[in-house]
Structure formats: C-alpha cells, structure tokens
Design a protein around this ligand. Structure first.
Ligand code: 3HC
Length: 311
C-alpha cells in the first residue's frame, strides 16, 4: 500500500509530470535511474572504442572526418548522461569504479569486434539505429535531466545512423568484394543489435517497475519488433540478406515474425565472456590510470587556490 507521499509522486508521473533533482523521490526510483543512466553513459563512452579502431584506417579523408565527428559526439553523449546521473547523488568516480569493478554494465553490443570498414557502416546503421529506437521514447521519461539529455542526444543520432547507412549503400553498390564485406558485417551485427533492446519481456527484471515510473516508455520486445520492421526493408533496399531465414511478414501482427537472438550468448556476454569484454575494460582502466596525473594536478591546483584565498 503506498504512503501519501509516494502516491502523490506516482500521480504526478501518471499525469506526465517531470521529476527534478531537488524533488522528493522514492529511493528505488533514484537507484533505478542511477543504474540506467549510468550504464547508458558507460555505453556511450565504451561505444567509442569499436569505432575509434577505424579512425586511422578510414578509406578517405572525408570518411575519417565523419567518423571522428561521430566518435566525438559519443563522448559528449556520455558526458551529458554522467551529468544527469550526478544530479541523483552519485559521483563520476563512483560510476567509473563500479564499471571497472564489473558492478555496472554497458551495452553488450560493444563487446563484439569491428573487423572491417563495412563494420563502421553496420554499426552506424544497426547499432545507432537501435539506439535511436530506444532513445527517442526516452525523451519523454519522467526524470527531467534524463529527458533533456535525450532531446540533445537524439538530435545527433540521426546523423550517426545516416552516415552508417551511406557507407553500406556505397559498398553494396561497389565491387563484389565490397558487397560481400557489407553482407559479412550484417551477419555479425544483426543478432547483437537485437540484444541491445534487452532480454525478452518475460525475462526483463526492471520493465514493470521502470514503466510504472516512466523510466522506460516501451517494453523491450515492442522496441525490438519496431527495429526489425524498420530494418528488414532497408536490408532489402541494400540487396543484403538478414541472417535469419525464418523472417516473414505477418499480416495479422502487421510486422515481421523473426528469430530471437541466442539468449545464452546474451547472458554469457553480460557475464564478461564476450569477444572483447576484457579488452574494453582494460582500455577503460588504462585510460583511468593514464589520467590520474591530470586529476591530481587539478585537485592540487584547486587546493592551492583555496588556501591562497584564505591567506
Ligand atoms: N547490454 C548489457 N546489459 C543489458 C542489455 C544489453 N544489451 N540489455 C539488458 N541488460 C541488462 C540490464 O541492464 C539489466 O541488468 P542490471 O539490473 O544489472 O542493470 C538486465 O540486463 C535485465 O534487463 P532489463 O530489461 O530488466 O533492464 P532494463 O529495464 O534496464 O532494460 C535497456 C535494458 C533497454 C538497455 C534499458 O536499460 C535502457 O533503455 N537503457 C537506456 C538506453 C541504453 O542504455 N542503451 C544502450 C546503448 S546506448 C548506445 O548504443 C550509444 C549509441 O550512441 C551508439
């Protein structure tokens, strides 16, 4: 049974009201938001690694500039989201420590390697496509700072997806070898992209409560279905084959029937056994250690300035 404060809070959310940092909120709401926003931020930062791998290998100067701009955008998205999470009372250092110690997650998709240039196309087209599918509804989430961060992030995401789809178009209209490379990238990124929407609704831990609090606006399966319905025609346009021969339009449902990802693989990657989990976390820890001297210098300088004022 809800106490009057909690009931008033829930009524405000049900009426589409925004909760701001200084407002009262149930401890569970705060905890759930720190979890989701913090992991969203980690995903943006770690998501830079698979693409960063190709900045020095881009086929043209134009492609290098576009990829550089996209990776820089992801860094900015991470910063907006860490700031949103900090308004809930957690520090950035605490979030980094939790990530490095495996107590916080990041999107499993980034534990797969980017082996060819076509992967830059598949990541933009599929991974950013899935991210857009998930982030657009989050612009209406109940927590003010998160909703506002989403508005800014969604503005940049459409460029991310279009530049990826453009790479795929160029390669599918290119030589046989380029087309094979694009098909190979689709084969490797299709199911991991479906996993970005989370486990099936039956397996989802947080969905019911997150939807009641408008921390989540749609269920995992709903958004996964929307993503498949949007992406299959795009693959056909490219002349590529989605690596799921069971895919079939279902008139009744008004959508495609499709094969679910391998959930054993999903939970295995979440447990840290994906192809790149170790490398991604090692890179993050190395960046943390390499940046220690900057943090120490800034703190020492701030302390000196404080004492100077007192003196
Ligand atoms: N990778 C890693 N962990 C995942 C996951 C995935 N693809 N899908 C689900 N999980 C985790 C959840 O975090 C949860 O674990 P936790 O309790 O330790 O946090 C567990 O699996 C059970 O899943 P639930 O469905 O119960 O979890 P959620 O209700 O949180 O739903 C979500 C998962 C849909 C990812 C939701 O958290 C969400 O919408 N997050 C915000 C968006 C986001 O983080 N997107 C990640 C990609 S961002 C990105 O790709 C950047 C782009 O610019 C490239």
């Amino acid at each position: 049974e809800m106490d009057p404060t909690e009931r008033a809070f829930q009524e405000r959310i049900d009426a589409g009201g925004k909760i701001e940092p200084k407002d009262w909120m149930p401890a569970g709401y705060r905890k759930n938001l720190i979890r989701q926003i913090g992991q969203h931020a980690h995903s943006e930062i770690i998501g830079q690694l698979p693409e960063g791998n190709w900045i020095t290998r881009a086929p043209t100067l134009e492609r290098k500039a576009i990829l550089l701009a996209k990776v820089q955008d992801e860094a900015g998205h991470g910063l907006y989201l860490y700031c949103a999470a900090e308004t809930l009372g957690i520090t950035r250092d605490e979030m980094f420590e939790a990530l490095n110690e495996g107590r916080m997650k990041y999107s499993s998709i980034f534990n797969y390697p980017t082996l060819t240039w076509a992967d830059m196309g598949a990541v933009g087209w599929l991974v950013d496509g899935a991210a857009i599918m998930n982030q657009v509804p989050l612009q209406r989430t109940s927590y003010g700072p998160y909703a506002r961060a989403m508005v800014r992030i969604c503005k940049e995401e459409s460029f991310h997806q279009r530049q990826g789809f453009d790479i795929m178009m160029k390669m599918c209209a290119g030589s046989e070898a380029q087309k094979r490379m694009a098909q190979d990238a689709l084969n490797r990124f299709w199911y991991p992209s479906l996993m970005m929407f989370g486990p099936s609704d039956a397996e989802s831990v947080h969905s019911a409560q997150s939807m009641a609090w408008k921390i989540k606006m749609n269920t995992n399966d709903e958004l996964r279905q929307k993503f498949v319905d949007q992406t299959v025609p795009q693959a056909e346009y490219l002349g590529l084959t989605v690596p799921d021969e069971t895919i079939k339009w279902n008139d009744e449902k008004g959508g495609y029937d499709f094969a679910e990802p391998d959930w054993t693989e999903f939970y295995d990657v979440l447990a840290g056994n994906g192809p790149c989990n170790h490398d991604r976390l090692e890179t993050r820890k190395q960046a943390w250690d390499d940046g220690a001297w900057v943090r120490e210098g800034m703190l020492a300088h701030a302390a000196k300035k404080r004492t100077a004022k007192v003196a």
